[in-house]
Design a protein around this ligand. Structure first.
Ligand SMILES: [Ca+2]
Length: 494
């Protein structure tokens, strides 16, 4: 089994899969799929294989916001097909409950706490809250090696298309190893999904064009331009973040659907549904273009989100989505804030339609991509683990726990907290009073029953792990606030 999918670097910038390895990979794939009710795998390429990488990060897409993840209301046939052709993780997590830190973690393989990029940029300040937030870093640190910088050693060309949200000019994609930056700047949401977009790094179209469609076109153009060259495409859709501004011709279908007599919808925002459909259309066009360019069989596609779905009741667009059966959503310490879709299609390696419950996290994407590309880690600290063994159906990475550190307040419900998931248990520690909550996710995915008092040994064990990890990454802790005023504690400034 160990031979399948092994790569050898025969010269700088060239990654090869030998014929023997290729044949074994196909044979092993056949053994693994024998007797399983899954479609046959496509053959792997016959020539040298510098794998192209397409990493799609959707903004604020919740755990159940796809058909394949359980939504009956949203329609995502193209992403569903991607999942059916690859592997889908059911216990995948964002590194934080908000945008910027997760993106920093994806691009560097490090925990946000280690990077000190711990809140969305520019964050949220409550001057009279019980705790003062630490002096955190408001951009992607230049000394952290990014995926495109690491892949540069293997002659990859990299593009960042769409949302960036990792600092002001000087810390945009071109300052972090990307040859191309389209539509990325300091902002976390677009001024408008309809032209004029008013995004300085994205030219305006001649007429009408929906932003999601435009970013898909830019992605396809980049792929076409680099079809004969190994590429890394970071396709970071602004969708489906607010503002909820759907394409008009997609909206009415969902308005009718919501009013249909098919019962109480868990998801029921027509505008958000239409935005998801536009996203799904884009994924469909992109995958189709990989097919017609005959490079789909040497292109790895990864699809995920940067945090959980938005459920704020105070949203101007009404309830945006629901993460049920998960508790809460973006900006909270609970599963709804951090559990996300995560799909990987690695042709010839991932078993079509497979589903895996290994807990994985944003930081795993970096070492996974480097290993697929045959690039050695040049000595950087990497908190994530390569998932290639899981993608090859050879077992899960050896890891005790996943960790979160969010020393901030958020309108989504979070007060400063840390969390750890070890096996079936998840512990949350709230820094205002250091109280803890413990949940058994195997039987209580909705985090309803706090077991902290009933299971003191597990509680102590996980709390000790969390504290040790915070020390290891030198996490910045909030401090007592001398201006604490309980009457004004929830007031905030920007
Ligand atoms: Ca986000």
């Amino acid at each position: 089994m160990i031979v399948a999918g092994v790569y050898a670097i025969n010269s700088p910038g060239k990654v090869m899969r030998t014929n023997l390895q290729r044949l074994l990979a196909v044979a092993i794939g056949g053994i693994l799929t024998a007797g399983c009710d899954v479609p046959a795998q496509p053959d792997v390429p016959s020539a040298e294989v510098p794998w192209n990488i397409v990493l799609v990060v959707v903004d604020d897409l919740g755990w159940t916001d796809l058909g394949v993840m359980g939504s009956k209301f949203y329609e995502t046939p193209n992403v569903d097909r991607l999942a059916e052709a690859g592997i889908r993780f059911t216990n995948a997590y964002a590194a934080t409950t908000v945008c910027s830190p997760t993106r920093a973690s994806i691009l560097t393989g490090q925990y946000p706490a280690r990077l000190r990029v711990t809140d969305w940029i520019d964050g949220h300040v409550r001057p009279w809250a019980k705790l003062q937030i630490p002096d955190w870093t408001h951009q992607l640190p230049h000394d952290a090696l990014t995926i495109p910088e690491a892949l540069g050693a293997a002659n990859y060309v990299s593009a960042s298309l769409g949302k960036w949200h990792l600092g002001n000019e000087g810390s945009w994609p071109e300052a972090h190893g990307f040859a191309l930056n389209v539509a990325g700047d300091h902002r976390g949401q677009p001024p408008s999904y309809h032209a004029p977009y008013e995004i300085p790094t994205l030219g305006e179209p001649d007429g009408e064009q929906y932003l999601t469609e435009r970013l898909t076109d830019e992605g396809i153009a980049f792929i076409e331009d680099n079809r004969d060259h190994p590429f890394f495409l970071y396709l970071s859709y602004y969708a489906v973040h607010t503002p909820i501004e759907p394409e008009a011709d997609k909206l009415s279908k969902y308005e009718v659907k919501r009013e249909s007599g098919e019962g109480e919808w868990v998801h029921r925002n027509p505008g958000y549904a239409a935005m998801i459909e536009s996203l799904d259309d884009g994924i469909g066009r992109l995958l189709q273009r990989l097919d017609t360019l005959a490079i789909a069989d040497r292109t790895v596609v990864i699809f995920t989100s940067d945090n959980g779905g938005l459920v704020l009741p105070s949203s101007p667009w009404g309830r945006v989505t629901s993460n049920r059966p998960l508790r809460s959503g973006k900006g909270s310490a609970y599963e709804g804030g951090v559990r996300v879709p995560f799909i990987v299609r690695w042709p010839g390696t991932t078993i079509a339609g497979s589903v895996d419950d290994t807990p994985v996290i944003s930081a795993d994407i970096y070492p996974t991509i480097l290993e697929i590309a045959g690039v050695q880690n040049p000595g950087e600290i990497i908190d994530g683990l390569s998932l290639t063994s899981t993608l090859r159906s050879e077992g899960s990475p050896d890891r005790d726990a996943l960790y979160w550190h969010y020393p901030h307040y958020h309108p989504g419900g979070a007060s400063p907290y840390g969390a750890v998931r070890a096996g079936r248990y998840k512990l949350i520690e709230y820094y205002e009073d250091m109280r803890v909550e413990l949940y058994n996710l195997d039987v209580d995915i909705g985090e309803v029953e706090d077991l902290a008092e009933r299971l003191p040994e597990q509680t102590a064990r996980l709390r000790s792990m969390l504290h040790a990890w915070r020390n290891e990454v030198d996490a910045q802790m909030p401090a007592e606030n001398p201006n604490y005023d309980p009457k004004r504690a929830l007031s905030f400034t920007r």
